[in-house]
Design a protein around this ligand. Structure first.
Ligand code: ADP
Length: 446
């Protein structure tokens, strides 16, 4: 096992990783920008290193500075969390070259899955169902028109290097296509420095269902059921649940086994998530994330497995601590992402938290680095905490969530909590009857 792990991240996930390290008896190193000197992940770590000014490119994304922090502290492994460098194949490679373990998959797998076209081709080859679409990148408007007409409108133009829902444009008709194609390309160029795009059939009422997988890197792999993340705004998840209200045991076993088999074939290592759209009983692969995800606690709640601890175990070469048969799904869990944002416009609301009272009681978990008096810096994403609720049934979980939300008090800034108060009372949410377009429609006409 490792002696010391450097956590190349901030906020709630940095704290989450520290908790797993502590339970394994591993010393922790926090890194931080000057804007995060007072952050809880810094206060609770065994050691901390300031790696630069607030701008991410000069701190949390700066590989030489992170390497220097490893050297100074003698860390023998790095956990990247999510976001920042977590899906940067070069970072994984550089660490390995310096004999520091990257807690994650191989750089090769990160690279393949980071390119959406390669990822889709790989998925197809492995027998995973994919969304119908162009074969590879589409370079000209003429080609785009040909593909779109053969598939039928609406179509979705997506960035090959995509992430965070950027570089994605819908074309509903022949007339729409030229502008959508040009906009997607320029957005992709601006966001990722790469204007390569491809085309997919635009699904009109799918759910977003993702499968959590785990591999040991030698050909053993299991799945831990699904998460339903259909409540989204601008392709960003805000409310996630497990299991999905739309799946039964048979469809879960079918897709789970398909994905686990694929992971065995490629000898996948560590935690991963294979994301699908699900419509009319069919699954369509959209992408794979080769890291821990924000919404992993709902899976932890229903399986009782500490996914971050398992990531560290696997990276240390200790293997998986469970088999497929050991995984038993129990009850229902929901996560609400508490963002420092206006609950209607979603405009970020950084500033000082003047009062902080998180909910408690049976089945409640709050993952957050926030505290009373904490000043949320304006430089990073607006997630300040996650409320995760577990119950024996979906109904119990919803009742408990309502109760937990009513206890949660955060003053001094705006948060998304008022939106969740509304959502948990809406019949469609109560009945689990929503698709990926539901929230945008709801916000459009509340
Ligand atoms: P990103 O990496 O930018 O998050 P994804 O491919 O994971 O992009 O897609 C993000 C979200 O966009 C999905 O959860 C879904 O809401 C929507 N989406 C993606 N592909 C399609 C599609 N073919 N049809 C309809 N919606 C889609």
């Amino acid at each position: 096992m490792f002696d010391k792990v450097l956590i190349a991240n901030r906020g709630e996930i940095a704290l989450r990783i520290q908790r797993a390290c502590k339970e394994l008896g591993i010393a922790t190193v926090a890194v931080h920008s000057t804007a995060d000197a007072d952050a809880m992940h810094v206060r609770l770590a065994d050691e901390s290193v300031c790696i630069g000014p607030p701008t991410s490119s000069d701190s949390y994304l700066n590989i030489p500075r992170l390497l220097a922090a490893c050297e100074i502290t003698g860390a023998d492994a790095v956990h990247p969390g999510y976001g920042f460098l977590s899906e940067n194949a070069r970072f994984a490679e550089i660490l390995e070259e310096h004999n520091i373990t990257f807690i994650g998959p191989t750089s090769e797998h990160i690279r393949i899955m980071g390119d959406k076209i390669q990822a889709k081709e790989t998925a197809k080859r492995l027998g995973i169902p994919i969304v119908p679409g162009s074969q590879g990148a589409v370079r000209t408007e003429t080609e785009a028109m040909k593909v779109a007409k053969s598939m039928g409108f609406p179509v979705l133009i997506k960035a090959t290097a995509g992430g965070g829902g950027r570089g994605m444009k819908v074309a509903t008709s022949v007339e729409d296509l030229p502008v959508a194609f040009a906009t997607a390309r320029s957005e992709a160029k601006a966001a990722f420095g790469n204007d390569s795009v491809y085309i997919e059939k635009y699904l009109t009422k799918p759910r977003h269902i993702e499968i959590q997988v785990f591999g040991d890197g030698t050909g053993n792999a299991v799945h831990l059921g699904e998460r339903d993340c259909s409540l989204q705004r601008r392709h960003q998840k805000i409310f996630e649940e497990a299991p999905s209200p739309a799946l039964n045991a048979a469809s879960r076993a079918r897709i789970g086994e398909t994905v686990a088999t694929a992971m065995r074939t490629i000898k996948y290592r560590g935690a991963g998530t294979v994301e699908f759209l699900y419509e009319d009983g069919e699954f369509y692969f959209i992408e794979m994330n080769t890291r821990i995800q924000v919404e992993h606690p709902v899976t932890e709640a229903i399986t009782g497995i500490d996914l971050v601890l398992e990531q560290i175990r696997v990276a240390s070469g200790a293997g998986l601590s469970f088999t497929q048969d050991d995984i038993v799904l129990s009850g229902h869990a929901i996560e609400c992402r508490i963002n420092a944002e206006n609950p209607r416009t979603f405009r970020p609301s950084p500033g000082q938290i003047t009062y902080w009272h998180p909910p408690g009681g049976l089945g409640i978990r709050v993952d957050s680095g926030a505290y009373q008096g904490y000043r949320i810096p304006p430089y990073y994403d607006s997630l300040i905490g996650k409320l995760i609720v577990h119950g024996k049934t979906r109904n119990e979980c919803m009742m408990r969530l309502k109760r937990a939300l009513s206890e949660f008090v955060i003053d001094g800034i705006e948060t998304t909590i008022p939106l969740f108060h509304e959502l948990v009372r809406h019949p469609d949410v109560v009945n689990g009857m929503y698709d990926i377009h539901w929230l945008e429609k709801y916000l459009g006409k509340p």
